[in-house]
Design a protein around this ligand. Structure first.
Ligand SMILES: Cc1cc2nc3c(=O)[nH]c(=O)nc-3n(C[C@H](O)[C@H](O)[C@H](O)COP(=O)(O)OP(=O)(O)OC[C@H]3O[C@@H](n4cnc5c(N)ncnc54)[C@H](O)[C@@H]3O)c2cc1C
Ligand SMILES: *[C@@H]1O[C@H](CO)[C@@H](O)[C@H](O)[C@H]1NC(C)=O
Ligand SMILES: *[C@@H]1O[C@H](CO)[C@@H](O)[C@H](O)[C@H]1NC(C)=O
Ligand SMILES: *[C@@H]1O[C@H](CO)[C@@H](O)[C@H](O)[C@H]1NC(C)=O
Ligand SMILES: *[C@@H]1O[C@H](CO)[C@@H](O)[C@H](O)[C@H]1NC(C)=O
Ligand SMILES: *[C@@H]1O[C@H](CO)[C@@H](O)[C@H](O)[C@H]1NC(C)=O
Ligand SMILES: *[C@@H]1O[C@H](CO)[C@@H](O)[C@H](O)[C@H]1NC(C)=O
Ligand SMILES: *[C@@H]1O[C@H](CO)[C@@H](O)[C@H](O)[C@H]1NC(C)=O
Length: 630
């Protein structure tokens, strides 16, 4: 297409001047230039201009009390949307959202297809590979779910984006950002849609869908001016954990990434910090970033690393996704592969009785500091049965990187001995692996689920909670009471301390540096509950159940990527004393809030006016002071 080619020509001229050390993927080399925008007819210029280009007329468009929606008369014309579609890379597309479950509603419904969707709805791929669907549709507003999951009565767009750009080049991202900003349209970014709080959906929005950016490049000996010399990997924003782990395993190295197979490593995960099965050895994923390529709020494509755009480099390592720009790729350190020993086990109160069950559970949790100090990571669940009368503890897995099975037996010795002395026999399944990749593949279960009726909250439990008998007891009792009150817990025993991650100055929540347990609790309700009942359940979850955890972990925080959408005082909780600096970088880099997501840095001034009164993305995004009608 003509515009794409001319922008490519301009790009080639420009690229000859700046640094040669910037390694760009092919998809990063097709860019929008100011010269190209200037060459467009006047009306297209208005649509695609960079924020600092031309007149104030465009620059002030984003300064309205609410983002426009498709029925308030200010929405871009069909011609303007077609104009956007035409400028995109020839292999990209502008997709008008049609919810998958629209097959289930209306006069043209397809009963067979709808039943199939309902059956497969828990399969995450169905949502990840869809342009607009997410894994927590509860925050989309549940306006088009398969009726076997949730009866939406009619299928409407609700909190889904109106349009999605399936991006295949940096050009597409720049066009999308400029178009949304210049037309006062809400902009969102979706990568995989894993976000727990609905940060990858938004009503009446244009979505940048980064899922297709799959390039991976390996460097045997990367030399960074900051002093790092060694293996490194550059991966596109759409690369998922299973793809990255496979690619680096072929090179006999490991990278610090998450346990979830389909999580997008370089999107929300790493920008929010990123905990990993390797975190007790190497700290957080964000601690190992060498550089980002990113498109900023003004539409510019820049490198953020230890020498360029250092404010963004700092903020993007822990400050959260959807805040400072659209990241297109990230370069991270890689480390020598290592053997792994893993253990898994489960026990329950049906067999052990409640007293035995809690004794065994406490015996394990009491060792939190010791396991973490041994470089171990654990992923465990403590769940009540559906009747609430029985409990199950499931360790799946205890993951000991760089350890042999003998070493792992030694680490587990005191725990097993204690159980034996209490007449609780337990023989964990212990397996040794040659490398990280086979261990990760074998030990972690598949991901399931689509959240339509559950609130989730989390807390970082510091080392001091396990330092002495009294603290250990207090902590254990709080966890036990959580489960006894019907709320399952998923917890991670990990210590991404600065000592282990290297003493990195970045935006990672400081609460992580003292943490040894990251625990998540959840509470579900009947999906058919009234708005009032849901709000009551949520409020009690947030202010009563979660408050018990806050009370015994004063001054700590919560992990922003796996947190309660209703988290009180989230600035402190998610960012601690880093918030002031993060906010000033946000105000400097994105004063118009082109990027906005709930509970993200600088989000305070705006809120979604949800149409049903529930905390979700189904409504207009307005300045907090604005009235709905504006
Ligand atoms: C099954 C499962 C397993 C998980 N396992 C782990 C784990 O082991 N460790 C861990 O730390 N977390 C884990 N998480 C949480 C995970 O880190 C978050 O859900 C994270 O937000 C996922 O990022 P994403 O880009 O894949 O998802 P998305 O929902 O697509 O995006 C999340 C947020 O980041 C923004 N974003 C996405 N891409 C970009 C980009 N390129 N530039 C700027 N902003 C962007 C989005 O707008 C949104 O705000 C898990 C979650 C699930 C559901
Ligand atoms: C479109 O993007 C792809 C990479 O995703 C790139 O290879 C191709 O050259 C781009 N097209 C143009 C016209 O630049
Ligand atoms: C669903 O659509 C029908 C027909 O358009 C309408 O009469 C009804 O009010 C709608 N129901 C809801 C809950 O939106
Ligand atoms: C940071 O990026 C710039 C621009 O691409 C590059 O010139 C510089 O060498 C990079 N710095 C480091 C430390 O790699
Ligand atoms: C409880 O554990 C025993 C083994 O110890 C197992 O046989 C049984 O199926 C478990 N019961 C439940 C309800 O999980
Ligand atoms: C892994 O173990 C070896 C041998 O015990 C040790 O030399 C190395 O430092 C360990 N690596 C890490 C990352 O702890
Ligand atoms: C902790 O609880 C155990 C029983 O679970 C008890 O024996 C012990 O005395 C308690 N310790 C403190 C300091 O409260
Ligand atoms: C747009 O916003 C107005 C309120 O300003 C609302 O009445 C209307 O339903 C919204 N339209 C859509 C499609 O959300």
């Amino acid at each position: 297409m003509a515009p794409a080619i001319s922008s490519l020509l301009l790009l080639t001229c420009l690229l000859a001047i700046p640094s040669q050390s910037r390694t760009l993927f092919a998809f990063e080399q097709q860019q929008l230039t100011r010269e190209y925008v200037a060459s467009l007819p006047e009306e297209d210029r208005q649509l695609f201009a960079f924020d600092d280009q031309f007149d104030t007329e465009i620059a002030s468009a984003a300064d309205k009390p609410c983002r426009y929606n498709s029925t308030d008369g200010k929405w871009p014309s069909e011609k303007a949307w077609n104009g956007l579609a035409k400028q995109l890379n020839t292999s990209s597309s502008l997709i008008k959202t049609i919810p998958q479950a629209s097959e289930c509603y209306g006069s043209n419904k397809n009963v067979a297809k709808c039943q199939e969707l309902g059956k497969n709805w828990a399969n995450p791929t169905l949502h990840i590979d869809d342009p607009s669907e997410v894994l927590s549709p509860i925050y989309q507003g549940l306006t088009c779910q398969p009726p076997s999951i949730y009866d939406s009565i009619n299928c409407t767009l609700g909190g889904y984006p109106t349009y999605v750009i399936n991006v295949k080049s940096v050009l597409d991202i720049q066009l999308g950002i400029n178009f949304a900003r210049n037309n006062n349209i809400r902009l969102i970014i979706k990568n995989t849609g894993h976000d727990f709080a609905g940060k990858s959906v938004g009503a009446s929005s244009l979505s940048i869908w980064t899922h297709g950016l799959k390039d991976i490049q390996f460097f045997d000996n990367y030399v960074d001016e900051s002093g790092y010399k060694g293996p490194a990997v550059k991966a596109g924003a759409g690369v998922q954990a299973f793809e990255l782990y496979k690619a680096v395993s072929d090179k006999n190295v490991v990278v610090v990434a998450g346990e979830g197979q389909t999580v997008g490593v370089m999107g929300g995960y790493i920008q929010g910090g990123g905990h990993s099965p390797l975190s007790s050895l190497y700290g957080m994923a964000a601690d190992h970033v060498l550089g980002f390529e990113v498109v900023t709020a003004i539409g510019e494509f820049v490198t953020a690393n230890s020498t360029s755009n250092t404010d963004l480099f700092w903020a993007l390592r822990g400050g959260g996704g959807a805040t400072y720009g659209v990241v297109t790729s990230v370069t991270v350190k890689a480390f020598k592969d290592m053997p792994v020993a893993a253990a898994s086990w489960s026990f329950n109160s049906t067999k052990l009785g409640a007293a035995g069950f809690w004794t065994a559970t406490q015996a394990f949790i009491d060792g939190a500091n010791t396991y973490a100090d041994n470089g171990v990571y654990t992923y465990f669940m403590i769940a009540p049965s559906p009747t609430g009368k029985d409990y199950t503890f499931l360790m799946k897995p205890l993951f000991a990187p760089n350890k042999t099975t003998n070493e792992l037996n030694t680490i587990l010795g005191p725990f097993l001995k204690q159980l034996t002395s209490k007449n609780i026999p337990l023989s964990p399944k212990i397996t040794g692996y040659k490398g990280f990749y086979p261990a990760w593949q074998a030990e972690f279960g598949p991901e399931m689920g689509s959240n339509v009726q559950t609130a989730v909250g989390s807390r970082l439990f510091p080392r001091s909670n396990f330092a002495d008998d009294k603290s250990r007891n207090t902590t254990f009792i709080a966890l036990r009471e959580t489960v006894e009150a019907g709320q399952p817990i998923i917890a991670f025993n990990i210590a991404p301390t600065s000592a282990r991650g290297g003493n990195v100055d970045n935006a990672v929540n400081p609460a992580w540096r003292n943490a040894v347990i990251h625990a998540i609790m959840s509470r579900s309700w009947d999906a058919k509950s009234s708005v009032t009942d849901i709000l009551t359940a949520r409020k009690s979850f947030t202010t009563v159940a979660m408050q018990k955890w806050r009370d015994i972990t004063a001054g700590s925080g919560s992990y922003l990527n796996e947190a309660d959408r209703m988290e009180p005082n989230w600035q402190q909780s998610f960012f601690g004393d880093k918030y002031t600096k993060l906010l000033s970088i946000k105000q400097d880099r994105d004063p118009k809030n082109v990027f906005w997501a709930v509970n993200s840095v600088g989000s305070e001034g705006w809120a979604v006016q949800s149409v049903d009164g529930l905390p979700n993305e189904n409504g207009k995004l307005c300045k907090v002071s604005a009235r709905t009608s504006e």
